[in-house]
Ligand binder design. Sequence first.
Ligand code: NAD
Length: 362
Amino acid sequence: MEYQIAVIPGDGIGPEIVTEAMKILDRVGEVYGHTFIYKKLLMGGASIDEYGVPLTDETLAAAKSSDSVLLGAVGGNVGTSRWYQGPPETRPEAGLLGIRKGLELFANIRPAWLYKELADACPLKKEIIGEDGFDMVIMRELTGGLYFGERHTTVENGVRKAVDTLVYDENEIRRIAVKAFEIAGKRGKKVTSVDKANVLDSSRLWRAVVDETAKAYPDIQVEHMLVDNAAMQLVMNPGQFDVVLTENMFGDILSDEASEITGSIGMLPSASLGKTKLGLYEPSHGSAPDIAGKDLANPIATILSAAMMLRYSFDLDREADAVEAAVQQALTDGYRTGDIYSEGCKKVGTREMGSVIAGYIK
Ligand code: NAD
C-alpha cells in the first residue's frame, strides 16, 4: 500500500527526531512492502521565518489532503527568540492550536508505559511498579470543556469576579467514548472513564453517555472513577489502568501526571485523532532548543508516535508492533541517548539510536 504522510519537522530538535522516525518508516516499508510518501511542510518558528505566520492556509490544506501528519515539535527559547515578540496568535505554538482545530482533532491520546530497563527513572517505589510495570493510555477530549466554554471577568461592587463555563454536549462525549472503546479493543480491553459526577452536571452526562456507548462494546470492561481518586490511583496502583478516558481539563492534568511517573519525557509519543483516520502524531515533549542540532535528542518518542500512526491511521498493527518491539530491543541491548543514560549502557546520539532501532525491525 501507498501512504501520503505530511511531515512537519518544526523547530529545535524537531528536524532531527523526525528524520529518525522517517528512517524507521522507510525500514517498515522495506520489510513489509509499503510505500510512505512524505510531503514536508513548515510550521511554527520555521514557518514564521519563511512566511511570517506560524501556519499558512496552504500548509493546513496540504496536511488535510494527506493520509496522516507526523510532527516534530515547534517553538524556540521563549525568553530570547524573536518568534515571541508579537501577540500569542503570531507565535510558533499558535500553529499547533491552528492545525489541531483545522484538522478537527478532538481526541488526544498519550500512552504512558514503563520499560523495565528504565525503571530507575520512575519516581514510584518498586513495590508500586511491581513486576510488570504499567502500560496505559490517557485519552483526553481536546475541543470542549472549561478551556472552550464562555468566560468573563467582571467587577461587582468593587469585587473582581471571574467565570469559566464547562460545557459538553452528548455528541462531543459520544465521539470520544467511541474512540476510547475502539482503542481499548486494540489493547487491554478496559476503559476507565474519569469524571466528577458527584458534583458536576457535565460529569453526570459524561458518565451516562459513556455507559450508553459501552453497550455496543460488550467485550470491553468499563469502570467510572472520580478524578480525585484517579489522581491518587495513578501513583498508588498505575498497573490497574488500560485506557483512561476523560474530559479536557482533567485529561490535561492526568496526562502530565501519567507521563511524569514514567520518568522519561523523551520516550513518550502522542496522537490526536478526529472522526476520520487522519491523525496528528507527535512526541509529548517540546522542541528542546537547549540541545538542538547536537545529535543529543532522544528520537524514541517520535519513533513511537510513528508506530501509533501505523496502528491508528493505517491499521497496520503488525508493523506498529514491530516498531515497538525494535525500540524494546534497543533498550534491552543497552542503547541509550543522554537523557536516559545510566552507567554501563552504550551512549548513542540521535542518528545512531534511529539506525539501531531500524536495524531491529524484522
Ligand atoms: P521541552 O520538552 O522542549 O524540554 C524540556 C527538557 O527536556 C529540556 O531540558 C530538554 O532538553 C529535554 N528534552 C525534551 N525532549 C527531549 C528529547 N527528545 N531528548 C532529550 N531531551 C529532551 O520543554 P520546554 O523546554 O518547556 O519547551 C521548549 C520549547 O518547546 C518551547 O518553545 C515550548 O513552547 C515548546 N513546546 C512545544 C511543544 C510541541 O511542539 N508540542 C510541546 C511543549 C513545548
